[in-house]
Design a protein around this ligand. Structure first.
Ligand SMILES: C[S@@+](CC[C@H](N)C(=O)[O-])C[C@H]1O[C@@H](n2cnc3c(N)ncnc32)[C@H](O)[C@@H]1O
Length: 459
């Protein structure tokens, strides 16, 4: 079991839905959560006791039957009711830190009242959990407003720090590092047919002649320009966290129609920044939001968080298009063992982005409130490609991987990091030779999902 930040205690026949939703919100904000859904096996009790021991926050979903007198008192052995045992473990931990000043405490209990207030009476609880009366109960919140409550009432009380803040795994991706800009261009050209196909489909679905477009994570602007440079698009705004990219894109493409702005979509003020940019361009909403190969670089929040904010600024009946990729769908023959080894090494290195993002597009969009989500995949393989194109596919899909290891080595300088860097360099060099052999086959897929913001009167 990996380290746990937050333990959620709840009765399965109480409010499992709230517990599950709370777990999702916490995980979206990069907390590691223990929510027991296991069958009652021999190890089950040991597992949750260990999780409470590790956790910094113990959230109780208080429902009418959470402090169920019948069950709490039923057996003389306090281990027999799991809730009673969980509370006992948590109170024991709290007790151990009783004499520490507030600032040094590492554990807190947060009973959360969802939808109603519970009035407890000491005689309704067994003595070994009486100390729960000394804990502050969190204000009752409506179960449909759990998301708002999460930000205003729950998160500020937590002791745990989200993993991203601890590990500073903030996106290390730099679109202008080494020859990355040139690689992005090859990748953009390779994906042009699939992007055009989806943009054409979506254009047919939007009931408007001239569209306002937002390109999120527009990089140096090449993709933005090549996809939206025809008369169907009236205004095209690009956003990117990289200021140098924004300067380059504006220098090359800025005109009446195209304009690029610095904006971090993970920042707490993302919405304010977006509104200010829209005001500058006198835009009330966008008809089409496009984003290619960006969401998997986010390191501070889950993509569904900025995607939900974008949803607010999409016109009713407007569409979003996300393009991603997924190492899990890469195949080759022969030498599949080498491909597997490269992918596994890239998966394990902390400086890599989320290389398995294609499979997640649907879920991110669904969680962010989009509807009528359609997923597509476009196969791109070595068949019917000349040598130059085969090399182009290799360059697009493999060359940048060495950079993850180079960046890691620059950060940690360990012998192991150097060995890994050398090993990957060798494997990628081998892979390059395979691509030159005409009998070698490789395929990758572009994953694209498009989705709608329905009009209010629509089903
Ligand atoms: C792989 S590039 C893709 C660029 C372009 N969309 C394309 O397909 O060529 C990812 C882009 O996302 C940008 N990006 C990463 N994190 C971001 C954030 N938090 N806010 C805005 N842009 C971000 C990077 O700066 C980079 O330009």
């Amino acid at each position: 079991m990996s380290k746990i930040d937050v333990f959620i205690s709840y009765r399965r026949d109480g409010n499992e839905e709230t517990a599950t939703r709370l777990k999702e919100y916490l995980e979206d904000h990069h907390y590691r959560v223990f929510l027991d859904r296991e069958q009652r096996t021999d190890d089950y009790r040991k597992n949750y006791e260990k999780a409470i021991e590790e956790a910094n926050d113990f959230i109780i979903i208080v429902t009418k039957n959470y402090f169920d007198k019948e069950r709490l008192f039923k057996t003389p052995n306090p281990h027999d009711d799991d809730i009673r045992n969980e509370i006992r473990c948590a109170l024991r931990k709290l007790q151990a830190e009783k004499h520490l000043p507030e600032s040094e405490k590492t554990f807190k209990i947060h009973p959360l009242q969802v939808g109603f207030e519970v009035t407890l009476n000491k005689r309704d609880l067994p003595e070994d959990i009486h100390d729960i009366f000394n804990v502050n109960f969190i204000i009752p919140c409506h179960k449909d407003k759990l998301k708002e409550s999460f930000h205003s009432d729950i998160k500020p009380h937590l002791i745990s720090v989200p993993t991203t803040e601890l590990e500073t795994k903030a996106s290390v991706y730099d679109p202008l590092y080494d020859d990355e800009e040139a690689r992005l261009k090859v990748q953009a050209d390779n994906a042009l047919p699939s992007d055009n196909d989806v943009i054409n489909r979506v254009y047919q679905l939007i009931n408007k002649e001239k569209l306002h477009v937002l390109d999120v994570g527009s990089g140096p602007g090449y993709v933005t320009y090549t996809r939206f440079n025809d008369d169907r698009f009236r205004k095209v705004i690009g956003l990117d966290i990289n200021e140098e990219c924004i300067a380059k894109a504006n220098q090359k493409y800025q005109n009446e129609k195209f304009s690029f702005h610095h904006c971090d979509i993970e920042a707490p003020d993302f919405e304010g920044r977006l509104k200010a940019i829209m005001k500058e361009h006198q835009l009330e909403s966008f008809d089409l939001i496009f984003s290619s190969l960006v969401m998997h670089h986010l390191a501070k929040v889950s993509p569904n968080i900025p995607l939900a904010i974008m949803h607010e600024y999409l016109s009713d009946g407007g569409y979003i298009i996300l393009r991603g990729s997924d190492d899990g769908a890469d195949l080759c023959y022969p030498h599949d063992n080498i491909l597997k080894e490269i992918i596994e090494m890239c998966y394990a290195i902390p400086t890599s982005s989320d290389r398995m993002n294609g499979r997640k597009l649907y879920t991110w969009l669904a969680k962010a409130g989009y509807e009528k989500i359609k997923c597509l995949s476009y196969m791109r393989d070595t068949s019917l490609r000349g040598m130059k194109q085969r090399e182009g596919l290799f360059y697009e899909r493999f060359s940048y991987r060495i950079r993850y290891f180079k960046k890691y080595l620059e950060k940690v300088h360990t012998k192991k990091a150097k060995e890994d860097y050398d090993k990957l360099t060798r494997l990628i060099a081998e892979m390059k030779l395979f691509f030159l052999d005409k009998s070698f086959w490789y395929t990758t897929y572009d994953f694209v999902a498009y989705a709608k913001k329905s009009r209010e009167d629509e089903e």
